[in-house]
Design a protein. Structure first.
Lengths: 222, 217
């Protein structure tokens, strides 16, 4: 199932196909930031960084830079022509107010109800939720981009045992093995990665998966 | 009418034990010189309200390292292991708040709003102990206003009256914090004569600002 880098690239390339021309998109720190590097031809999105900018340049693409221009991780970034800068209040009005089309976030756990836990491990890691709770509660679509397992242990569980980020059901879960859609009926296995069988996905998942008659092969952006 | 003062005089107004809102996002747009002066003057037992504590030894991270902070209200401390360690050791009391909720609570504090209704955090640990309100079938948390004794903000340009304008992502929490504190100290990259900042570019109105200091380079 490849190296860690292959896994992340696979996930980013699959998520990239979910974005539509003109979307306002917020990409979480880490793996999700890779998504912008694989946008299909003809698709231009506006990237938001919650510290106060819309029109951030994708990672590795040189935009206009300045000392007072950083991403949500505090690293220098660039902007494209047509970008806008604003304060934190406005930034979260965009997020909560129905203006943000898609957020792509990493995950620690997702469960059968489609609920996400991604902000703390009690007693071990207490980074704080930052903007994650606002993003999951407020975005029109929430896509979780994460590796299917952590140190061999499933991350897609019957019930999250870490504190939830939101009670909202996420819209899609993309891993290096599969694409899973949380629904009223449960988690539907929609796609498997090339060379991966349905049984392999089930074995790597603690939650019950609903397997339709046909499960297609994951198509990746170029 | 000029509110321009020295950094030493501005910080001397802050007593031990005060509550301070400090602008900035991972150190970008933080009032660096005011933070350094707080440490030089040995201020203790501070309550800090800020988005984050930057990284160890950087900006607000310096106040953490100096042991100047008793209580912290923030949305994210993940990039500062020292803050996490002091929290786990019980040296600093930390309240973590979703970033958008932090912004709205400060906005309410500075604008005479008795509270805000937000769906962020409903059904999570953030909701513990909070009143919920149903509006047209949707559940919200009642989030209360947040104020502080002082706000320490960073601006790109200030004029002598205290009008402020900001630059790019160095803006972040600075404008809203400048509305929500009893005394507002503004550090500017550049101090210009009154009239130089066009009225349309003033984002913090001078009447909210008490002291203007020039950043040391």
């Amino acid at each position: 199932m490849g190296t860690e880098m292959d896994e992340k690239t696979t996930i980013a390339k699959r998520v990239a196909r979910e974005l539509r021309d003109g979307n306002l998109v917020n990409l979480g720190i880490g793996l999700p930031t890779l998504v912008a590097n694989y946008l299909p031809v003809g698709v231009q999105v506006f990237l938001q960084s919650e510290n106060g900018v819309v029109g951030m340049a994708p990672l590795g693409i040189p935009g206009a830079a300045a000392a007072a221009l950083t991403d949500a991780g505090g690293s220098p970034t660039g902007i494209i022509p047509g970008a806008a800068a604003f304060d934190s209040v406005t930034s979260f009005c965009l997020i909560r107010g129905g203006h943000l089309d898609v957020t792509v976030l990493g995950g620690l756990q997702v469960d059968e109800q489609g609920q996400l836990a991604n902000w703390m491990v009690p007693g071990k890691m207490v980074p704080g939720m930052g903007g994650a709770m606002d993003l999951v509660s407020g975005a029109k679509r929430v896509i979780v981009a994460m590796t299917h397992t952590a140190k061999g242990k499933p991350k897609i569980l019957k019930r999250c045992n870490l504190p939830l980020t939101s009670v909202r059901r996420v819209d899609l879960v993309v891993t290096e093995l599969a694409v899973i859609r949380p629904t009223d009926a449960g988690l539907v296995l929609e796609e498997v990665a090339e060379g991966v069988t349905v049984d392999q996905v089930i074995a790597a998942t603690e939650a019950t998966l609903i397997v339709p008659e046909t499960v297609s092969t994951m198509k990746l952006a170029a | 009418m000029s509110k321009v003062t020295t950094i030493e005089e501005a910080v001397a107004r802050i007593p031990d034990g005060a509550s301070l809102m400090i602008g900035g996002f991972m150190g970008v747009g933080s009032p660096h010189a005011l933070i350094d002066e707080l440490i030089r003057q040995g201020r203790r037992d501070l309550t800090i309200i800020a988005n984050d504590t930057a990284r160890p030894g950087v900006d607000i991270g310096k106040l953490i390292a100096a042991g100047a902070v008793k209580r912290l209200v923030a949305s994210h401390i993940g990039l500062n292991p020292e803050t996490q360690k002091r929290m786990i050791d019980g040296d600093i009391e930390v309240e973590l708040i979703p970033q958008g909720t932090l912004a709205e609570r400060i906005r309410a504090g500075g604008s005479g709003i008795g509270g805000v209704l937000l769906s962020t955090g409903v059904g999570t640990t953030v909701a513990e102990g909070k009143q919920t309100v149903e509006v047209d079938g949707e559940t919200f948390l009642l989030e209360k206003p947040l104020k502080a004794d002082f706000a320490l903000v960073n601006a790109w340009r200030a004029d002598e009256y205290g009008n402020l304008s900001y630059e790019l992502t160095a803006r972040n929490f600075n404008p809203v914090m400048a509305m929500a504190a009893g005394t507002v100290l503004a550090e500017a990259e550049e101090i210009v004569p009154v009239g130089v900042i066009p009225p349309d570019q003033v984002e913090t109105v001078s009447v909210c600002v008490d002291c203007v200091v020039a950043r040391r380079n």
